[in-house]
Ligand binder design. Structure first.
Ligand code: NAP
Ligand code: MN
Length: 276
């Protein structure tokens, strides 16, 4: 096993990294930043997104595992106060893993070039001045003419991120689907959109074609990375053939994680409404 470490720059994460390096050297673990098969992310979910993009060209050989410096995250299974337990799990690593779907975004440029990108959370198209106007197709068929601030296409694991803040639903990551969510659509007698999120099937794809007359200041964000797409004619969103693998040393039910992150009913020991 060859281990790479990606850490956030805060002192707490740097201290954890040092502890892991010390432990690793004492137990003959191999560290390799270039060709790892286990990538340890130390920080938050954002740090794991960074780690993912750093190693996205070798997803078939790599498993990720996240240590969170703070509360439990969605991509992070271990808190920094559980390092002893984590070390035990690491030494007993038997290659167990769990895999989740990724978003493949294809950008079709006006000069015929095609750029391919992968997202772990989501890709969001937005206009930063004036409203964004575009055609939205599902597979070959025109679905709607969208006018508003933008559109977000999220993976199941990304559904608890920006997608949820936009009013999208939380999707269990065992489902092979992508979610299209609107950002401030205009709906009146002239413009009409679905006005709710939708989930596509695993063999479907979404095409967004920005209106050429309203293309200035249209940007795309892929997870944490944002860039202008003035030279792009259309964007195609599909489930990638690649999947992301996580080293899953212990199982946590997805809905427990959602409950802990967003509701906290158990941590407050409130119990059921029917207990009192
Ligand atoms: P950030 O501004 O630190 O992220 C915003 C928050 O989203 C952080 O609390 C982050 O957790 C959390 N987060 C990231 N991925 C998540 C997921 N899959 N499920 C639940 N929460 C998640 O920026 P960042 O850390 O670089 O992360 C970029 C991501 O943040 C984007 O992909 C987007 O999903 C999300 N985001 C959300 C909003 C919003 O809700 N309005 C706005 C911008 C970005 P950590 O603190 O553990 O990093
Ligand atoms: Mn963050």
């Amino acid at each position: 096993m060859k281990i790479a470490i990606v850490n956030s720059p805060n002192p707490q994460s740097i201290a954890i990294k040092e502890q892991i390096l010390t432990f690793g050297r004492a137990h003959d673990l191999t560290f390799d930043q270039d060709q790892p098969n286990l990538v340890l992310s130390i920080g938050g979910d954002g740090t794991l997104l960074n780690a993912f993009h750093q190693y996205e060209s070798m997803l078939d050989q790599v498993r990720f595992v996240g240590i969170h410096t703070g509360h439990l995250g969605f991509y992070t299974d271990w808190r920094d106060d559980e390092l002893d337990l984590f070390f035990d799990a690491l030494l007993q690593d038997a290659g167990e893993r769990v895999s989740y779907p990724l978003l493949e975004l294809k950008l079709f440029h006006w000069d015929g070039q095609v750029t391919r990108k992968l997202a772990l959370n989501e890709a969001t198209i937005r206009r930063y001045e004036g409203t964004m106007t575009c055609d939205v197709s599902i597979k070959e068929d025109l679905f709607e003419l969208f006018k508003g601030d933008g559109l977000c296409v999220a993976t199941p694991t990304g559904s608890t991120g920006l997608n949820k803040s936009l009013g999208g639903v939380v999707v269990h990551p065992r489902l092979d689907t992508l979610q299209l969510t609107e950002i401030a659509s205009i709906n009146n007698r002239v413009y009409r959109t679905l006005s709710s999120s939708l989930l596509i099937a695993s063999d479907e794809w979404i095409v967004i074609t920005p209106d050429p007359a309203f293309k200035s200041n249209v940007m795309i964000s892929i997870d944490q990375d944002t860039f202008p797409i003035g030279d792009v004619d259309r964007l195609q969103f599909a489930i990638a053939k690649e999947r992301v693998h996580f080293a899953r040393y212990r199982h946590m039910h997805f809905w427990n994680r959602v409950e802990q992150s967003f509701i906290g009913v158990k941590s407050k020991e409130r119990g059921s409404h029917f207990d009192s």
